[in-house]
Design a protein around this ligand. Sequence first.
Ligand SMILES: [Zn+2]
Length: 112
Amino acid sequence: MALALARQAVAGPSVLRAAFTLPAVALPSLRLPSLNDILEWGITLAVPKSKISHSRKSMRSAHKGIKNKTNLNHCPACGSVKLSHNLCANCFSQISRRWKKEARAPVGEPRE
Ligand SMILES: [Zn+2]
């Protein structure tokens, strides 16, 4: 197939155009059915039988509470507690404060 296409590419653009024209085949429709169509078919959609009360909902999600963090360690720079594999919030706020201070300083003024 690739060899035949390469030969056609060498032959010229008119041959190429003939090679890439699609045959006249009726493609299946890709249109999604509308809600009206679905209702006309008589299909019953899945619907909850009754309302779930707040109490039952909260009972279902009772075991999804907040878990204890076990991935904590100390920042090597400042020593405060931080999440492992994350930036230290204390160091980050210090650095961002310093950058903002430097950005606000006038151009001619010497920087620290
Ligand atoms: Zn730190």
